[in-house]
Design a protein around this ligand. Structure first.
Ligand SMILES: Cc1ncc(COP(=O)(O)O)c(C=O)c1O
Length: 465
């Protein structure tokens, strides 16, 4: 141990450090790199995070996760997202990097590009984007410039915040007009929306929602957009797995020039995004790639890219069955909720054609959705409040948006959808004590812990400790 003359080092070979917060800490100078003796306060902070993380894991392991934008990842995906790739950089594209050390990752990303083209049936894929929102920001950067006009679904009708002035559309300085909405069909009013596109003449027509019960009438809207020289962009964040599994609509063959989406909702990968197109124009491909890097990402989270590639391989194997089971379960859940006495929207269309259903729990703007969501959480059922047609305030809406993609992934089927609807009725219609319902929720979920539609499905927990 070298103890010669270093300022602040005590006689045991430790260096005292005064931190900003005033805590003393000691670095023991034994070996190169040393060992740290941390302050009790900072250790307690780390312990608090670990403990809250474990509690959140328990909530979902024992409870019913029904937030429509969430999912769980397979063991092989988990393995790579906690790997050394987490700390690495690979700016550029496979084979064209700014840093050394990317050879192995080049193999991963190249494989991912070809799998994405196969799974999403497209000529072009970018798998670098770190979220659905980042994909949208990149697409808006590539396809429009500040001051251009854009048309989209309003957030009140289920459009995403990134389609709004408060989000990416505003960030790009675009001039937004929202489509007329058909509340019975829960989709853009196709004739009025096409007329609006023809009148506004946007640079970009954007469709797709966060509340996404039914396929968009895309062909008609894409025709109108192309007639006025606009690009048609389809945000498939929620329904990407259903699309790839052939169970929703096929936007790239119905007129969309570009599809964006998240990699972690009905597509069951790690958090991240995709950008897809069927164009064979290489200049367009370059524009889309450079909108992501260097446009909106530097590091693009290599561990998550590797996770997406494994999820793509698993989806190629099991995705069609998974997507079909999700839609079957959602329809069954909608019907079961109506049978229990809930007001389920879009009854006339069979409640849903996706992974979501919407339920109304009180008067417009009454906050009844917020109250219902809290009672359900008390009973171990995790959902989110949602604005319904007529609601004007996001924090006091009348409804809930419910998704069945996670329950499907752990093997629940239509019988369980009926059981789950009964649990909702006990909490929200019969006013039963939430603690007693929670015990039954935990018992039901205890039978569905094994993750399905992925490699090694027989042996692995969807909720590892
Ligand atoms: C339609 C839509 N687009 C984009 C996003 C953003 O996705 P992410 O959370 O991956 O950024 C969402 C999120 O739920 C969404 O619903």
């Amino acid at each position: 141990m070298n103890q010669s003359g270093d300022g602040g080092r005590n006689q045991r070979g430790c260096t005292m450090v005064k931190t900003k917060g005033g805590f003393d800490r000691f670095r023991v100078m034994g070996d190169v790199g040393g060992a740290w003796q941390a302050s009790a306060d900072n250790l307690a902070h780390a312990a608090a995070v670990l403990s809250a993380t474990a509690a959140s894991g328990t909530l979902y392991r024992e409870g019913l996760g029904m937030i429509a934008s969430e999912n769980i990842v397979s063991p092989k995906v988990q393995e790579v997202i906690t790997s050394d790739l987490h700390g690495r950089y690979a700016e550029g594209l496979p084979g064209k990097r700014y840093y050394q050390g990317c050879g192995d990752f080049d193999d991963i990303e190249s494989l991912g590009l070809s799998l994405a083209q196969k799974v999403f049936n497209c000529n072009f894929a970018n798998i670098q984007s770190t979220s659905g929102t980042v994909s949208n920001i990149g697409a808006l950067k590539a396809l429009a410039k500040p001051g251009d006009k854009i048309t989209a679904v309003s957030t009140a009708d289920g459009g995403h915040i990134s389609h709004a002035r408060m989000g990416a559309v505003g960030l790009r300085g675009l001039d937004l007009t929202t489509y007329p909405w058909d509340e019975d069909r829960m989709e853009p009013d196709v004739d009025a929306a096409c007329a609006m596109i023809r009148e506004v003449e946007p640079t970009l027509a954007l469709v797709g929602q966060s509340v996404f019960l039914f396929p968009t009438p895309l062909r008609e809207m894409a025709d109108a957009a192309h007639e006025v020289g606009a690009h048609m962009m389809y945000d498939g964040a929620h329904v990407l797995g259903l699309i790839a599994g052939g169970q929703f609509q096929d936007p790239l063959r119905e007129g969309a020039d570009i599809v964006t989406g998240s990699s972690h909702k009905t597509f069951p990968g790690p958090q991240g995004g995709f950008l897809l197109s069927n164009s064979d124009d290489e200049k367009f491909h370059r524009k889309l790639n450079s909108a992501i890097f260097p446009g909106v990402c530097s590091s693009y989270h290599l561990h998550h890219v590797a996770g997406k590639v494994i999820a793509l391989a698993e989806f190629a194997e099991y995705g069609e069955a998974y997507a079909a089971d999700i839609v079957t379960n959602a329809k069954a859940f909608g019907a079961a909720m109506a049978t229990e006495g809930f007001d389920v929207l879009a009854e006339g269309r069979g409640y849903t054609a996706s992974h979501q259903i919407l339920t109304r729990h009180g008067e417009t703007d009454s906050g009844a959705g917020a109250k219902a969501a809290q009672l359900l959480e008390d009973a171990g059922i995790i959902t989110n409040m949602n604005m319904l047609p007529g609601d004007t305030k996001a924090m006091t809406p009348s409804g809930l948006r419910l998704g069945v993609q996670e329950l499907t992934r752990v093997g629940m089927g239509t019988t369980q959808m009926e059981e789950v609807a009964k649990l909702y009725a006990r909490v929200l219609l019969k006013g039963e004590d939430t603690a007693s319902v929670k015990a039954d929720v935990t018992a039901l979920k205890g039978e569905f812990q094994t993750i399905r539609y992925c490699f090694n499905e027989d042996s692995v927990s969807g909720y590892p400790l």
